[in-house]
Ligand binder design. Sequence first.
Ligand code: ATP
Length: 240
Amino acid sequence: MVEETGSTNADLLERLAEGERFSEGYWLRAERQTSGRGRLGRKWESQSGNLMCSTVVNLRPGDPSPSTLSLVTGLAVFDTVKRLLFDDTPMLLKWPNDLLVNDGKIAGILLERQGDAVVVGVGINLDEAPDLPDRRTTAVSWENGKFANGPESVLPRLAANLATRLRDWRDEPLSHTLLEWTVRSHRFNDRIRITNSEGEVTLARYRGIDQDGALRVEPLGAHETIVHAGDVTLRWHDEE
Ligand code: ATP
């Protein structure tokens, strides 16, 4: 554990670059992060009282496609948050690695690869969530009204859940992990909006994910296709 750092992912990447190797199960947690990161250079707001941590997955020969690791991590985060909320609280995974609770973003996942090592960073809003102009956010304590566990007691559960999900990913057919993820995502055929890095928007029907963890969609009026990168927004019935 460190009191304060820029980013736990950046710290582990730096240590890997210096030649350090980590055995699986090692986690670095920060009480405070001053420059938490999200995908595509985005910012992750890391308020103290929340869980901010990173670990390393060492890729082995025969492992499934590393791009599916973000699904594995999403499942472990889902398992962890699920146990902190009332059973009927709506939760869903959104491609590629979002966890929404009551339509609010409650967790962030960032995977960064260096050679055969993948640094897996996880942020979970336990106590607080930032007010953001562009999206709804939430925290465990907002959803269950009396969250009592601190990040130090949630981390061991996350570590155990990731270890279990990784074992399944390695030992069972990949289709099991893909199905586990898919049944926790939104519904097949849901209307979604995909925005690519140029800001172009495609409206499409959701068709699940493929063997590489890519998004399978059928754009309106076009044939089914695969999306490897982009932002997905769930579209509601009142949208065109
Ligand atoms: P998605 O997983 O939906 O593709 P993303 O890639 O935009 O989302 P992440 O990389 O997981 O998101 O996180 C960065 C984004 O999350 C920021 O751009 C901001 O909108 C939002 N964000 C930042 N801090 C928090 C927080 N503590 N809680 C919820 N959302 C946050």
